[in-house]
Design a protein around this ligand. Structure first.
Ligand code: KG4
Ligand code: ZN
Length: 348
């Protein structure tokens, strides 16, 4: 079976063809980075227009690269949310049109489920598993019970972790997106030169908070005055180290809950754009080892936004008999624990 995937929820326009045996036949991404760079962040109207301009061509090229035609697809999977509503609409409407034209079923994919399932595309991972979902818009700890069934253990009460990277990067004088630039600078920095807080650390539960950390970075920059290159690297390292500590602290609580609820073997999947950060992965790897969890981090191209993960979520849903009708609405907000699932089995 083949599924065409479409992703347009943020600032990446993407199309991919994935087969049911987990082979990515093609995965194309048009990054709108330069379209938004002058604004220091994603501008929703510009994003929506860029999706309109590029999506058709990407779909055509993704099919051509896969050496397949639209008629060879078994379903069309498109992100239906959550995300910037203009972009989501462009992708979903395109998916609906292709489904209608080809007579193949539409699968409306939740972008967060796409991230959560991305690990199953390249590795043999059984449900249930624990997911740390770290993107530009979300920071969540989730029990993935089975396809479509997710239990939220904790979420951010203010900024998402990728957003914190982007805002801190801006304060340090880096461009957008800030995560990769902070990671590169931090490699040559001393994390102990600037003391930064670890919001929520040591507290019960699995919720996150990053706005205090961002404020502390701002105050540090203001107090330091003009910073030389090495000072900026030290601040980047201090910030990344604080984020790593917070993620590890919160994830450790989630691991305790997960271990109480589920027999082993236990697995932690780190998904989303921030999972591309090697230093964070190393830190979480150490935590996983100490808690008896195995750690899976998808390869970089599957961590950041892409359509292969959407096509793969489509494969899993198609195999479970879960397709959607053409009335399915685009959703700016669509929490992971509100998804259509095969049946209400009690697997928790
Ligand atoms: O999942 P993603 O591609 O898009 C969303 O769904 O949000 O995540 C984008 C986020 C951005 O905030 C970006 O700064 C962050 O992921 N990011 C990183 C790294 N690469 C991307 N953050 C930290 N370190 C990285 N290497
Ligand atoms: Zn994403």
């Amino acid at each position: 079976m083949y599924v065409l995937g479409i992703e347009t929820s943020c600032d990446e326009t993407a199309a991919a063809v994935v087969s049911s045996d987990g082979v990515v036949r093609s995965s194309l991404i048009y990054s709108q980075l330069t379209d938004h760079q002058d604004y220091g962040g994603v501008v929703p109207e510009i994003a929506a227009r860029a999706h309109v301009e590029h999506l058709d061509g990407l779909v055509r090229d993704a099919l051509a690269q896969a050496d397949l035609a639209l008629g060879d697809m078994d379903a069309i999977a498109a992100t239906a949310g959550p995300g910037l509503i203009g972009g989501v609409l462009v992708g979903l409407v395109t998916g609906k049109a292709l489904a209608l034209a080809s007579g193949k079923p539409l699968i409306a994919v939740n972008h967060l489920e796409g991230h959560a399932l991305s690990a199953r595309l390249f590795d043999d991972i059984e449900f249930p598993f624990l997911v740390l979902l770290v993107t530009g818009g979300h920071c969540q700890l989730v029990e993935a019970l089975t396809l479509g069934q997710y239990r939220l253990l904790g979420t951010t009460i203010d900024d998402a972790v990728g957003e914190a990277f982007d805002k801190a990067a801006r304060l340090m004088g880096f461009g957008y997106p800030g995560g990769p630039e902070i990671e590169a600078a931090a490699r040559q920095g001393d994390p102990n030169r600037f003391p930064l807080p670890r919001p929520m650390s040591g507290r019960a539960g699995c919720d996150f908070s990053f706005s205090g950390l961002k404020t502390a970075v701002r105050r540090t920059v203001e107090q330091a005055g003009p910073m030389d290159g090495q000072a900026v690297k030290n601040l980047a390292a201090a910030f990344q180290s604080a984020v790593a500590d917070v993620l590890a602290d919160r994830t450790s609580n989630a691991m305790e809950i997960f271990t109480d609820r589920h027999a082993g073997p236990h697995r932690l999947v780190v998904a989303g754009g921030v999972a591309a950060n090697q230093a964070l992965a190393t830190r979480l790897g150490g935590l996983a080892e100490s808690q008896g969890f195995s750690l899976t981090v998808p390869p970089m191209e599957l961590c950041t936004d892409n359509a292969a993960m959407i096509a793969w979520a489509g494969v899993e849903r198609l195999e479970a008999g879960l397709t959607d009708d053409l009335e399915f609405p685009a959703r700016a907000r669509w929490p992971l624990d509100e998804l259509p699932a095969p049946r209400a089995t009690d697997v928790g």
